[in-house]
Write a protein that binds this ligand. Structure first.
Ligand code: KG4
Ligand code: ZN
Length: 386
Protein backbone atom coordinates (compact mmCIF):
# COMPACT_ATOMS: atom_id res chain seq x y z
CA UNK A 1 0.00 0.00 0.00
CA UNK A 2 1.52 3.39 -0.96
CA UNK A 3 1.88 5.74 1.98
CA UNK A 4 -0.39 8.38 0.48
CA UNK A 5 2.12 11.10 -0.40
CA UNK A 6 -0.11 13.76 -1.95
CA UNK A 7 0.84 17.05 -3.60
CA UNK A 8 -1.94 19.59 -3.01
CA UNK A 9 -2.58 22.66 -5.17
CA UNK A 10 -4.91 25.52 -4.15
CA UNK A 11 -5.68 28.59 -6.30
CA UNK A 12 -9.36 29.34 -5.59
CA UNK A 13 -8.98 32.97 -4.53
CA UNK A 14 -5.93 35.14 -3.81
CA UNK A 15 -3.40 32.69 -2.37
CA UNK A 16 -1.32 30.36 -4.52
CA UNK A 17 -0.73 27.30 -2.37
CA UNK A 18 1.09 24.01 -2.74
CA UNK A 19 1.84 21.42 -0.08
CA UNK A 20 3.02 17.87 0.37
CA UNK A 21 1.09 15.89 2.99
CA UNK A 22 1.56 12.23 3.92
CA UNK A 23 -1.51 10.11 4.69
CA UNK A 24 -3.73 13.12 5.39
CA UNK A 25 -1.93 13.96 8.61
CA UNK A 26 1.79 14.73 8.22
CA UNK A 27 2.60 18.06 6.59
CA UNK A 28 5.99 17.80 4.86
CA UNK A 29 5.67 21.25 3.32
CA UNK A 30 3.08 23.99 3.00
CA UNK A 31 3.93 26.95 0.77
CA UNK A 32 1.57 29.91 0.36
CA UNK A 33 2.31 32.87 -1.94
CA UNK A 34 0.03 35.66 -0.82
CA UNK A 35 -1.29 38.28 -3.26
CA UNK A 36 -2.29 40.73 -0.54
CA UNK A 37 0.09 43.44 -1.80
CA UNK A 38 -1.40 43.17 -5.33
CA UNK A 39 -5.02 43.57 -4.20
CA UNK A 40 -4.48 45.98 -1.28
CA UNK A 41 -4.71 49.21 -3.34
CA UNK A 42 -8.18 48.10 -4.56
CA UNK A 43 -9.51 47.18 -1.11
CA UNK A 44 -10.52 43.68 -2.28
CA UNK A 45 -9.61 40.83 -4.61
CA UNK A 46 -9.58 41.78 -8.32
CA UNK A 47 -10.29 38.50 -10.18
CA UNK A 48 -8.20 39.26 -13.30
CA UNK A 49 -5.20 40.22 -11.20
CA UNK A 50 -5.63 37.08 -9.10
CA UNK A 51 -5.45 34.84 -12.21
CA UNK A 52 -2.35 36.66 -13.45
CA UNK A 53 -0.60 36.33 -10.09
CA UNK A 54 -1.47 32.62 -9.88
CA UNK A 55 0.09 32.13 -13.33
CA UNK A 56 3.26 33.82 -12.14
CA UNK A 57 3.44 31.95 -8.85
CA UNK A 58 2.25 28.42 -9.58
CA UNK A 59 5.51 26.91 -10.90
CA UNK A 60 7.85 28.34 -8.23
CA UNK A 61 5.33 27.56 -5.45
CA UNK A 62 4.97 23.89 -6.46
CA UNK A 63 8.76 23.54 -6.85
CA UNK A 64 9.24 25.08 -3.42
CA UNK A 65 6.70 22.69 -1.86
CA UNK A 66 8.59 19.68 -3.26
CA UNK A 67 11.97 21.11 -2.22
CA UNK A 68 10.77 21.88 1.34
CA UNK A 69 9.37 18.35 1.58
CA UNK A 70 12.69 16.92 0.37
CA UNK A 71 10.88 14.89 -2.26
CA UNK A 72 10.60 14.70 -6.04
CA UNK A 73 7.69 14.32 -8.47
CA UNK A 74 8.33 10.59 -8.87
CA UNK A 75 7.72 9.85 -5.16
CA UNK A 76 4.20 11.31 -5.18
CA UNK A 77 1.23 8.94 -5.01
CA UNK A 78 -1.31 11.50 -6.26
CA UNK A 79 -1.92 15.15 -7.12
CA UNK A 80 -4.89 16.95 -5.55
CA UNK A 81 -6.37 20.27 -6.65
CA UNK A 82 -9.20 22.59 -5.64
CA UNK A 83 -12.02 22.24 -8.20
CA UNK A 84 -14.27 24.92 -6.62
CA UNK A 85 -15.93 26.96 -5.29
CA UNK A 86 -13.92 30.05 -6.12
CA UNK A 87 -13.00 32.52 -8.85
CA UNK A 88 -13.21 30.83 -12.25
CA UNK A 89 -9.97 32.26 -13.68
CA UNK A 90 -8.07 31.56 -10.47
CA UNK A 91 -9.35 27.95 -10.25
CA UNK A 92 -8.43 27.37 -13.90
CA UNK A 93 -4.77 28.07 -13.26
CA UNK A 94 -4.51 25.45 -10.52
CA UNK A 95 -6.66 22.85 -12.28
CA UNK A 96 -4.88 23.20 -15.65
CA UNK A 97 -1.51 22.96 -13.98
CA UNK A 98 -2.55 19.94 -11.89
CA UNK A 99 -3.99 18.14 -14.91
CA UNK A 100 -0.79 18.66 -16.92
CA UNK A 101 1.29 17.46 -13.98
CA UNK A 102 -0.83 14.37 -13.33
CA UNK A 103 -0.82 13.51 -17.05
CA UNK A 104 2.94 13.94 -17.44
CA UNK A 105 3.68 11.95 -14.27
CA UNK A 106 0.94 9.38 -14.89
CA UNK A 107 -0.36 9.88 -11.33
CA UNK A 108 -3.99 9.99 -10.19
CA UNK A 109 -5.59 13.43 -9.95
CA UNK A 110 -8.05 14.08 -7.12
CA UNK A 111 -10.49 17.01 -7.28
CA UNK A 112 -11.26 18.59 -3.91
CA UNK A 113 -14.03 20.94 -2.80
CA UNK A 114 -12.42 24.00 -1.15
CA UNK A 115 -14.97 23.90 1.69
CA UNK A 116 -14.18 20.28 2.43
CA UNK A 117 -10.53 21.35 2.49
CA UNK A 118 -11.29 23.88 5.26
CA UNK A 119 -13.03 21.16 7.30
CA UNK A 120 -10.10 18.78 6.81
CA UNK A 121 -7.65 21.44 8.02
CA UNK A 122 -9.09 20.76 11.48
CA UNK A 123 -9.06 16.99 11.03
CA UNK A 124 -5.45 17.01 9.81
CA UNK A 125 -4.25 18.55 13.07
CA UNK A 126 -6.41 16.25 15.22
CA UNK A 127 -4.84 13.21 13.49
CA UNK A 128 -1.37 14.74 13.72
CA UNK A 129 -1.89 15.08 17.48
CA UNK A 130 -3.04 11.46 17.55
CA UNK A 131 -6.59 12.40 18.54
CA UNK A 132 -8.47 9.65 16.71
CA UNK A 133 -11.58 9.49 18.85
CA UNK A 134 -13.74 12.18 17.34
CA UNK A 135 -17.38 11.97 18.33
CA UNK A 136 -19.86 12.21 15.44
CA UNK A 137 -21.75 13.87 13.94
CA UNK A 138 -19.38 16.80 13.67
CA UNK A 139 -20.91 20.24 13.22
CA UNK A 140 -18.60 22.25 10.93
CA UNK A 141 -18.77 26.03 10.67
CA UNK A 142 -16.81 27.22 7.62
CA UNK A 143 -16.45 30.95 7.93
CA UNK A 144 -14.31 32.89 5.46
CA UNK A 145 -14.27 35.77 3.00
CA UNK A 146 -16.57 33.91 0.61
CA UNK A 147 -18.53 31.54 2.88
CA UNK A 148 -20.45 31.26 6.11
CA UNK A 149 -21.74 27.70 6.05
CA UNK A 150 -22.80 25.14 8.62
CA UNK A 151 -22.50 21.44 7.80
CA UNK A 152 -23.29 18.23 9.58
CA UNK A 153 -20.40 15.90 8.77
CA UNK A 154 -20.39 12.12 9.14
CA UNK A 155 -17.63 9.63 8.44
CA UNK A 156 -18.00 6.01 7.48
CA UNK A 157 -14.72 4.27 6.75
CA UNK A 158 -12.94 6.40 4.14
CA UNK A 159 -15.90 8.37 3.04
CA UNK A 160 -17.13 11.65 4.46
CA UNK A 161 -20.64 12.94 3.85
CA UNK A 162 -21.92 16.45 4.48
CA UNK A 163 -25.29 18.07 4.86
CA UNK A 164 -25.67 21.84 4.70
CA UNK A 165 -27.89 23.10 7.53
CA UNK A 166 -27.14 26.83 7.27
CA UNK A 167 -25.55 29.49 5.11
CA UNK A 168 -25.42 33.24 4.82
CA UNK A 169 -28.32 34.82 3.01
CA UNK A 170 -26.13 37.75 1.88
CA UNK A 171 -22.55 38.67 2.89
CA UNK A 172 -20.11 36.16 4.35
CA UNK A 173 -18.74 37.06 7.79
CA UNK A 174 -15.22 37.65 6.41
CA UNK A 175 -16.70 39.88 3.72
CA UNK A 176 -18.31 41.99 6.48
CA UNK A 177 -14.92 42.33 8.19
CA UNK A 178 -13.33 43.36 4.88
CA UNK A 179 -16.07 45.84 3.93
CA UNK A 180 -16.18 47.48 7.36
CA UNK A 181 -12.38 47.80 7.39
CA UNK A 182 -12.55 49.47 3.97
CA UNK A 183 -15.35 51.76 5.15
CA UNK A 184 -13.23 52.87 8.12
CA UNK A 185 -10.20 53.66 5.92
CA UNK A 186 -8.23 50.61 7.09
CA UNK A 187 -6.57 48.28 4.57
CA UNK A 188 -7.28 44.87 3.06
CA UNK A 189 -7.88 42.17 4.22
CA UNK A 190 -9.88 43.67 7.05
CA UNK A 191 -10.23 40.64 9.34
CA UNK A 192 -6.73 40.55 10.79
CA UNK A 193 -6.62 44.37 11.14
CA UNK A 194 -9.96 44.51 12.99
CA UNK A 195 -8.93 41.51 15.12
CA UNK A 196 -5.80 43.42 16.20
CA UNK A 197 -7.62 46.68 16.93
CA UNK A 198 -10.76 45.32 18.65
CA UNK A 199 -8.90 44.53 21.88
CA UNK A 200 -8.25 48.28 22.30
CA UNK A 201 -11.90 49.38 22.25
CA UNK A 202 -15.04 48.92 24.34
CA UNK A 203 -17.16 46.14 22.76
CA UNK A 204 -20.32 47.37 24.51
CA UNK A 205 -20.02 50.99 23.35
CA UNK A 206 -22.16 50.69 20.20
CA UNK A 207 -25.26 48.49 20.14
CA UNK A 208 -26.01 46.79 16.83
CA UNK A 209 -29.40 45.15 16.36
CA UNK A 210 -29.30 41.35 15.93
CA UNK A 211 -29.51 40.20 12.30
CA UNK A 212 -33.11 39.79 11.16
CA UNK A 213 -33.61 37.07 8.56
CA UNK A 214 -36.13 38.10 5.90
CA UNK A 215 -37.86 34.73 5.63
CA UNK A 216 -37.76 33.03 9.00
CA UNK A 217 -40.56 30.82 7.70
CA UNK A 218 -38.04 29.04 5.52
CA UNK A 219 -36.65 27.46 8.66
CA UNK A 220 -40.01 26.20 9.85
CA UNK A 221 -41.09 24.95 6.42
CA UNK A 222 -37.99 22.83 6.04
CA UNK A 223 -38.42 21.51 9.51
CA UNK A 224 -41.96 20.43 8.70
CA UNK A 225 -40.75 18.96 5.42
CA UNK A 226 -38.60 16.58 7.41
CA UNK A 227 -35.24 18.12 6.49
CA UNK A 228 -34.59 19.54 9.93
CA UNK A 229 -34.34 23.23 10.80
CA UNK A 230 -31.86 25.55 9.15
CA UNK A 231 -29.58 28.04 10.84
CA UNK A 232 -28.97 30.80 8.32
CA UNK A 233 -26.84 33.91 8.80
CA UNK A 234 -27.00 37.49 7.50
CA UNK A 235 -24.22 40.08 7.68
CA UNK A 236 -25.16 42.82 5.24
CA UNK A 237 -27.28 44.63 7.86
CA UNK A 238 -24.42 45.21 10.26
CA UNK A 239 -22.29 46.68 7.47
CA UNK A 240 -25.09 49.20 6.78
CA UNK A 241 -25.42 49.90 10.52
CA UNK A 242 -21.69 50.74 10.69
CA UNK A 243 -22.13 53.07 7.70
CA UNK A 244 -25.06 54.84 9.45
CA UNK A 245 -22.97 55.21 12.60
CA UNK A 246 -20.11 56.74 10.58
CA UNK A 247 -22.53 59.24 8.99
CA UNK A 248 -24.42 60.17 12.15
CA UNK A 249 -21.22 60.63 14.18
CA UNK A 250 -19.41 62.69 11.51
CA UNK A 251 -16.49 60.25 11.25
CA UNK A 252 -15.85 60.82 7.52
CA UNK A 253 -13.02 63.40 7.84
CA UNK A 254 -11.02 61.27 10.28
CA UNK A 255 -11.54 58.20 8.05
CA UNK A 256 -10.22 60.11 5.04
CA UNK A 257 -7.18 61.28 7.04
CA UNK A 258 -6.50 57.68 8.13
CA UNK A 259 -6.84 56.37 4.57
CA UNK A 260 -4.33 58.97 3.33
CA UNK A 261 -1.86 58.34 6.17
CA UNK A 262 -1.99 54.56 5.65
CA UNK A 263 -1.55 54.86 1.88
CA UNK A 264 1.82 56.48 2.54
CA UNK A 265 3.08 53.54 4.63
CA UNK A 266 4.21 50.67 2.33
CA UNK A 267 3.45 47.82 4.77
CA UNK A 268 1.58 49.18 7.80
CA UNK A 269 2.29 47.43 11.12
CA UNK A 270 -0.36 46.83 13.84
CA UNK A 271 1.06 49.83 15.75
CA UNK A 272 0.41 52.08 12.71
CA UNK A 273 -3.27 51.12 12.58
CA UNK A 274 -3.62 51.66 16.31
CA UNK A 275 -1.91 55.07 16.23
CA UNK A 276 -4.30 56.19 13.47
CA UNK A 277 -7.53 55.18 15.28
CA UNK A 278 -9.10 57.46 17.91
CA UNK A 279 -11.02 55.96 20.91
CA UNK A 280 -14.52 56.29 19.35
CA UNK A 281 -13.30 54.43 16.24
CA UNK A 282 -11.74 51.70 18.38
CA UNK A 283 -15.04 51.39 20.27
CA UNK A 284 -16.91 51.05 16.98
CA UNK A 285 -14.48 48.36 15.77
CA UNK A 286 -14.68 46.41 19.05
CA UNK A 287 -18.49 46.59 19.03
CA UNK A 288 -18.68 45.46 15.40
CA UNK A 289 -16.46 42.44 16.07
CA UNK A 290 -18.38 41.57 19.26
CA UNK A 291 -21.65 41.65 17.36
CA UNK A 292 -20.38 39.32 14.58
CA UNK A 293 -18.79 36.93 17.08
CA UNK A 294 -21.93 36.81 19.25
CA UNK A 295 -24.11 36.11 16.25
CA UNK A 296 -21.87 33.40 14.77
CA UNK A 297 -21.47 31.69 18.13
CA UNK A 298 -25.12 31.88 19.16
CA UNK A 299 -26.48 30.50 15.87
CA UNK A 300 -23.83 27.78 15.67
CA UNK A 301 -24.42 26.59 19.23
CA UNK A 302 -28.17 26.62 18.67
CA UNK A 303 -27.56 24.30 15.69
CA UNK A 304 -25.30 22.07 17.82
CA UNK A 305 -28.08 21.75 20.42
CA UNK A 306 -30.78 21.10 17.82
CA UNK A 307 -28.78 18.38 16.04
CA UNK A 308 -27.17 17.11 19.23
CA UNK A 309 -23.61 17.27 17.88
CA UNK A 310 -20.89 16.52 20.44
CA UNK A 311 -18.12 18.07 18.30
CA UNK A 312 -17.74 21.45 16.61
CA UNK A 313 -15.11 22.33 13.98
CA UNK A 314 -14.64 26.02 13.18
CA UNK A 315 -12.50 26.73 10.10
CA UNK A 316 -11.88 29.21 7.27
CA UNK A 317 -10.10 32.56 7.40
CA UNK A 318 -12.35 34.09 10.09
CA UNK A 319 -11.55 31.11 12.37
CA UNK A 320 -8.21 32.88 12.91
CA UNK A 321 -10.12 35.54 14.89
CA UNK A 322 -9.07 35.51 18.53
CA UNK A 323 -12.39 36.64 19.98
CA UNK A 324 -14.30 34.04 17.93
CA UNK A 325 -11.97 31.30 19.15
CA UNK A 326 -12.36 32.34 22.78
CA UNK A 327 -16.16 32.67 22.52
CA UNK A 328 -16.65 29.29 20.80
CA UNK A 329 -14.37 27.54 23.27
CA UNK A 330 -16.04 29.13 26.30
CA UNK A 331 -19.61 28.62 25.18
CA UNK A 332 -18.89 25.18 23.73
CA UNK A 333 -17.40 23.94 26.98
CA UNK A 334 -20.39 25.32 28.94
CA UNK A 335 -22.56 23.04 26.79
CA UNK A 336 -20.25 20.01 26.83
CA UNK A 337 -19.31 20.38 23.14
CA UNK A 338 -15.72 19.79 22.11
CA UNK A 339 -14.58 22.66 19.90
CA UNK A 340 -11.63 22.45 17.50
CA UNK A 341 -10.01 25.09 15.32
CA UNK A 342 -7.12 24.73 12.88
CA UNK A 343 -3.90 26.52 13.82
CA UNK A 344 -3.95 30.09 12.50
CA UNK A 345 -1.71 29.08 9.55
CA UNK A 346 -4.19 26.41 8.45
CA UNK A 347 -7.26 28.63 9.01
CA UNK A 348 -6.71 30.77 5.92
CA UNK A 349 -6.41 29.32 2.41
CA UNK A 350 -3.60 26.79 2.00
CA UNK A 351 -2.92 23.60 0.04
CA UNK A 352 -2.15 21.30 2.99
CA UNK A 353 -5.89 21.18 3.71
CA UNK A 354 -6.53 20.22 0.06
CA UNK A 355 -3.97 17.39 0.17
CA UNK A 356 -5.45 16.23 3.51
CA UNK A 357 -9.04 16.22 2.20
CA UNK A 358 -7.83 14.23 -0.82
CA UNK A 359 -6.44 11.38 1.28
CA UNK A 360 -9.76 9.60 2.05
CA UNK A 361 -10.62 9.94 -1.66
CA UNK A 362 -7.23 8.48 -2.55
CA UNK A 363 -7.94 5.48 -0.31
CA UNK A 364 -11.41 5.12 -1.83
CA UNK A 365 -9.93 5.48 -5.38
CA UNK A 366 -12.20 8.46 -5.95
CA UNK A 367 -10.16 9.76 -8.88
CA UNK A 368 -11.52 11.85 -11.77
CA UNK A 369 -10.70 11.46 -15.47
CA UNK A 370 -8.61 14.39 -16.65
CA UNK A 371 -11.44 16.08 -18.55
CA UNK A 372 -13.27 17.46 -15.48
CA UNK A 373 -13.79 21.22 -15.36
CA UNK A 374 -13.57 23.85 -12.64
CA UNK A 375 -16.81 24.52 -10.72
CA UNK A 376 -16.90 28.12 -9.44
CA UNK A 377 -20.23 27.43 -7.64
CA UNK A 378 -19.44 23.90 -6.45
CA UNK A 379 -21.66 22.72 -3.57
CA UNK A 380 -20.64 20.49 -0.73
CA UNK A 381 -22.87 17.53 0.12
CA UNK A 382 -26.64 17.59 0.45
CA UNK A 383 -28.69 20.61 1.55
CA UNK A 384 -29.70 23.74 -0.23
CA UNK A 385 -26.59 25.88 -0.27
CA UNK A 386 -23.12 25.64 -1.71
O1 KG4 B 1 -10.41 31.21 4.02
P1 KG4 B 1 -9.84 32.47 3.48
O2 KG4 B 1 -8.32 32.63 3.48
O3 KG4 B 1 -10.31 32.74 2.00
C1 KG4 B 1 -11.61 32.46 1.58
O4 KG4 B 1 -11.88 31.25 1.26
O5 KG4 B 1 -12.41 33.42 1.60
O6 KG4 B 1 -10.51 33.67 4.31
C2 KG4 B 1 -10.17 35.02 4.10
C3 KG4 B 1 -11.10 35.87 4.97
C4 KG4 B 1 -10.98 37.37 4.72
O7 KG4 B 1 -12.28 37.92 4.66
C5 KG4 B 1 -10.25 37.87 5.96
O8 KG4 B 1 -10.57 39.21 6.30
C6 KG4 B 1 -10.75 36.90 7.02
O9 KG4 B 1 -10.80 35.65 6.36
N1 KG4 B 1 -9.83 36.81 8.16
C7 KG4 B 1 -10.18 37.18 9.43
C8 KG4 B 1 -9.02 37.01 10.22
N2 KG4 B 1 -8.01 36.53 9.43
C9 KG4 B 1 -8.54 36.42 8.16
N3 KG4 B 1 -11.34 37.63 9.92
C10 KG4 B 1 -11.39 37.93 11.24
N4 KG4 B 1 -10.31 37.81 12.06
C11 KG4 B 1 -9.13 37.35 11.60
N5 KG4 B 1 -8.09 37.23 12.43
ZN1 ZN C 1 -11.13 29.56 1.96
Amino acid sequence: MPDGLILGIETSCDETGSAVVRAGETILSNVVASQIATHQPYGGVVPELASREHLRAIVPVVRQALADAGTGYESLDAVAVTQGPGLVGALLVGVSFAKALAYALDKPLIAVNHLEGHIHAVLLERLRDNDRNLRFPVLALVVSGGHTHLYLAQRSEHSWTYRNIGHTRDDAAGEAFDKVAKLLGLGYPGGPIIDGLAAHGNPSAVKFPAAQLKNPDRNRARHMGGEGPRFDFSYSGIKTAVLRHVESHGLAPSIEARRRALSEIPLPAPADYLRLCDPPTLDLIASFQRSIVDDLTTRTLAAAREYDTPTLFVSGGVAANRELRAACERRGSEEGIEVFFPSRALSTDNAAMIAAAAYPKFLARDVLPLDFSVEPGLRLGAGTAS
